[in-house]
Ligand binder design. Structure first.
Ligand SMILES: O=C[C@H](O)COP(=O)(O)O
Length: 248
């Protein structure tokens, strides 16, 4: 069985000097500095991560990718080929902040998934319902609809991140039962779509911290964690990575 994957998502945070200190501390931490851990940094810092992680097994990830695959007149865009060229292994696609603030819709996300896979990147496709959708009993319907974009890729290796929007950056974590239910549903849908031969993990994201990581990561349906705020400091992130390592 493949180990659990922990990806830190720095979101729009970081500066060269502060990153360097954080990356050095991560490299010095044996729970973090190993295969199955990665950081998704803003575009300008991907080269810094690549240099810092050279010779280690830590993975570099991007937080987004252009829907346009071919080079050309797309000012401001960064293609999947460019990310691969920078040494990225993973790319987040469809994070709820992208869906909410940048109006990324199903058609756009399908193109991004295709572009990522074609360039040899492993997409981390994010899904999750809003509080209103959960409270109105539409969670399974909403997540099911979001998962349909995965039809755009012939699945060999990809990651799905279940992130209930109401748990992101709020300190409010989904219950263990809610997480398990959602992950089982996603695994079932993904299996229907791409079959058992595909190598797929489902990560949980949304206020994962040192003190809840053990309970979340010990669930068999949880293939790892997508960690936002707690990936900006080494102590808490190290503890989360330690929780993931225990399940190996
Ligand atoms: O990508 C990460 C998620 O949005 C979770 O963020 P958070 O851990 O700060 O709640």
């Amino acid at each position: 069985m493949q180990g659990k994957l922990v990806l830190g998502n720095w979101k729009m945070n970081g500066r060269l000097a502060a990153n360097l200190a954080l990356l050095q501390a991560m490299l010095a931490d044996a729970d973090i500095n190993r295969a199955g851990v990665g950081i998704a940094a803003p575009y300008p810092y991907l080269a810094q991560l690549g240099a810092a992680f050279a010779g280690s097994q830590l993975a570099v990830a991007a937080q987004d990718v252009s829907r346009y695959a071919a080079d050309g007149a797309f000012t401001g865009e960064v293609s999947a080929d460019m990310l691969a060229d920078m040494g990225c292994r993973y790319v987040l696609i469809g994070h709820s902040e992208r869906r909410q603030y940048f109006a990324e819709d199903d058609a756009c996300l399908r193109q991004k998934l295709q572009a990522a896979v074609t360039a040899g990147l492993v997409p981390v496709y994010c899904v999750g319902e809003t509080l209103q959708e959960r409270e109105s009993g539409r969670f399974a319907e909403v997540v099911g609809e979001q998962l349909q974009a995965l039809d755009a890729i012939s699945g060999k290796e990809y990651v799905v991140a279940y992130e209930p929007v109401w748990a992101i950056g709020t300190g409010r974590v989904a219950s263990i039962e809610q997480i398990d239910e959602a992950h089982r549903l996603i695994l079932e849908r993904v299996l229907q779509c791409h079959g058992a031969s595909a190598s797929i993990r489902v990560l949980y994201g949304g206020s994962v911290k040192a003190d809840n990581a053990d309970a979340i990561l010990s669930l068999a349906s949880v293939g790892g964690a997508l960690v936002g705020g707690a990936s900006l400091e080494v102590k808490g992130f190290g503890k989360i990575c330690q929780s993931a390592k225990k399940t190996l």
